[in-house]
Design a protein around this ligand. Structure first.
Ligand code: DON
Length: 316
């Protein structure tokens, strides 16, 4: 009897996700794919996919298998690894705890506020500062550690770095280069800024799909616990720090609106992915490369709002 109920609930979730994809696919036309990294401009703007991971299983619809680069969705993961490397006190010496209300690549407050300290680790400046904190014997080792951590949390040993996107961003990332050099000048870190950027560009170029995002989100939903083995993959405290940043800064200058209308800790990336967490119960990964002016997936936000409304997920 119970098993029949579980099967019926699973079928219902599958149907629901398919309906979401069908309903919101046309909305992709309201957005635009990112073009400032030339390789990202080549993706199909109509892509749309969603995966939900619960204790019962994985439910997917649409372009759930399509690979895209993680981009800024890597930022909470890099933060957690840096927290494991250094502990919170050292990390908070380097990055602040407040949202900016500015675009993700803004540098304006670096000079007008506390000179040496980006506002938070979700904006590019803060993420570059965090990239400088990842421990390793060499740049390659740091990248390998970060990639290994993402593979572990996503439960997928086959995740790789998309070299074309990496090179494309490396060639054109002048703004990030200026942020890194400015941080170096302000002694936020003392490594070669170009080596730090190699870590940052590589982490952004990690290639995965919606189910990988939903798996990572589920580990965050369980405060760092693996949903398969029960192993604690990182400390509960660090999961809570990451989720707090996701609520306040994860959607950049759209974080307040997202908190009001969707009400979930989430992190977006210009590759079109959003990782969203329903604490204790669900990990969600959505994909749609057509972005709004703030760099967040248009169809991704719409599907998350509908899912949150339907399943009463709003944490507030
Ligand atoms: O640094 C950049 O510009 C990109 N690699 C990542 C930015 C990003 O994903 C912003 N998110 N919406």
């Amino acid at each position: 009897m119970f098993r029949n109920c579980a099967i019926a609930a699973a079928a219902k979730m599958h149907d629901y996700l398919n309906q979401l994809v069908e309903a919101y696919a046309p909305a992709a036309r309201q957005g635009r794919v990112a073009t400032y990294i030339p390789e990202l401009a080549k993706v199909d703007p109509d892509g749309i996919g969603i995966c939900v991971r619960t204790a019962e299983g994985l439910y997917c619809a649409g372009d759930a298998e399509t690979k895209f680069t993680i981009q800024s969705v890597s930022k909470p993961m890099a933060l957690i690894l840096a927290l494991m490397d250094w502990g919170p006190d050292k990390i908070f010496e380097k990055v602040g705890k407040e949202p900016t209300g500015d675009p993700f690549n803004s540098m304006i407050r670096l000079e007008t506020h506390e000179k040496h300290k980006p506002f938070n680790p979700m904006i590019n400046a803060g993420a570059i500062s965090i990239a400088a904190m990842i421990k390793g014997d060499s740049t390659a080792h740091k990248i390998e550690r970060l990639l290994g951590f993402v593979r572990k949390i996503a439960h997928n040993p086959n995740i790789e770095i998309d070299q074309r996107v990496y090179l494309s961003e490396k060639e054109t990332g002048h703004r990030n280069r200026s942020i890194a050099h400015f941080l170096r000048a302000m002694k936020n870190f003392d490594q070669d800024p170009d080596e730090v950027l190699e870590v940052y560009f590589s982490q952004c170029s990690i290639s995965l799909n919606c189910s990988d995002l939903s798996n990572m989100a589920m580990v965050l939903a369980l405060d760092g616990k693996c949903y398969v083995t029960g192993e604690q993959l990182f400390p509960v405290e660090y999961a809570k720090i990451a989720k707090a940043y996701m609520v306040t800064c994860g959607m950049y200058d759209g974080s307040g609106e997202f908190a009001i209308h969707v009400g979930l800790p989430a992190k977006s990336g210009v590759g079109g992915g959003i990782m969203a967490v329903s604490p204790g119960q669900m990990g969600i990964g959505v994909y749609g490369p057509a972005l709004d002016p703030k760099g967040n997936s248009v169809v991704g936000i719409k599907m998350l709002k509908a899912l949150s409304d339907t399943y009463n997920l709003n944490i507030f």
